[in-house]
Design a protein around this ligand. Structure first.
Ligand code: 8YV
Length: 328
């Protein structure tokens, strides 16, 4: 019996390709070439599965052009690159890679918060530029983390990880806003209190965004929300580009309407709004929150296990549209 055909859309660990090759005829992208949508569709034609990394859009155009496709396995917890309704209508399963990146991403969210509040990169740039000729009492004075109020918008697994770090490690008071309130035991574990979004924005010293992207969460933070924040507050986005209106944020930072921001994700990334590149009070990182080798291996393993499980036995570990499994 011939093996199913699978496309791996981006460069990944060689071991991931070897593992997939035990089960499938694999076409991969070892040079990590950037494919246009037309090239992607051309390569995907005739394949039953695709390994994606979160940046390849799977929509009706792709699905109509590739009727043999049965599964798209994302090496990412976020799956806003999937048009889930169109996939379900075409009987195509989507899978994501949750849990395995939770603690690594929460570590990074906290690191970005600390770098932002304590002006670590801004002061390093100053030193590297040879501008440090004399110490002064208020040089790069930032804001405290310990004992401050941490406001988390989006209290899923990663949000809870950041809350636990803040409450237990740094004695922060944690408030959160989420589509639905957590049950009492989870709130107790995170020492977190549920508040409305406006109250959170007006109260928190540090606001961290960990909400999934959808049309409903587009520009969760825009000019109006930034205006509610304290002028001393910081904002961190480790969620998705588009959750923050980057142009409005650049204005708020330049005019010091908030103190600082830390961004790992951007609207239209890898492009970054040019105004963000010129304001000093923002820490910018290139979407690396889950980037440790053990975690990226675990994400690649989970995505490949989903492909192997579904195409060989009809089962998947982490489906995002399980109705496709139920309909089989
Ligand atoms: C990924 C992420 O590394 O998992 C996610 O949703 O944002 C990151 O962990 C990125 O999407 C590329 O795979």
């Amino acid at each position: 019996m011939s093996k199913p055909h699978v496309l791996v859309a981006r460069a990944v660990f060689p071991e991931t390709i070897s593992k997939l090759e035990q089960h499938f005829e694999v076409e991969s992208n070892p040079g990590d070439e950037t494919w246009s949508k037309a090239q992607f569709i051309q390569k995907l034609k005739g394949k039953q599965g695709v390994f994606t990394t979160g940046s390849e859009r799977i929509d009706a155009e792709v699905l109509d052009a590739c009727p043999e496709l049965r599964i798209c396995a994302n090496m990412a917890v976020g799956f806003n690159n999937f048009d889930v309704d169109a996939m379900t209508a075409h009987g195509v399963l989507g899978t994501n890679a949750p849990d395995v990146l939770t603690e690594t991403t929460a570590d990074f969210g906290f690191a970005l918060l600390m770098a932002t509040a304590r002006r670590i990169t801004e002061s390093e740039h100053y030193l590297r530029a040879g501008k440090w000729t004399k110490w002064s009492f208020d040089m790069f004075a930032g804001s405290d983390i310990h004992g401050s109020t941490l406001g988390i918008i989006g209290m899923g697994r990663i949000g809870q990880g950041i809350a636990r770090r803040g409450a237990h490690g740094f004695g922060m008071k944690v408030i959160y806003h989420n589509r639905s309130r957590l049950d009492a035991s989870l709130e107790a574990a995170c020492k977190a209190s549920y508040v409305g979004k406006e109250e959170l924005l007006g109260t928190a010293d540090h606001v961290v965004l960990v909400v999934p992207y959808s049309p409903a969460s587009h520009h969760t933070i825009g000019a109006a929300e930034l205006a509610l924040m304290k002028p001393t507050a910081t904002l961190v986005n480790v969620a998705r580009g588009g959750i923050v209106d980057d142009a409005a944020l650049a204005v708020a930072l330049r005019e010091r309407r908030i103190a600082a921001a830390g961004l790992d994700v951007f609207e239209g990334e890898p492009k970054v709004h040019p105004d963000l590149l010129t304001v000093p009070n923002v820490v910018l990182t290139p979407h690396i929150a889950s980037a440790t080798i053990p975690t990226r291996r675990a994400m690649a393993d989970l995505a490949s296990d989903n492909l192997i499980g579904f195409l060989t036995t009809g089962k998947a570990l982490t489906p995002v549209n399980p109705q496709v499994l139920a309909a089989r």
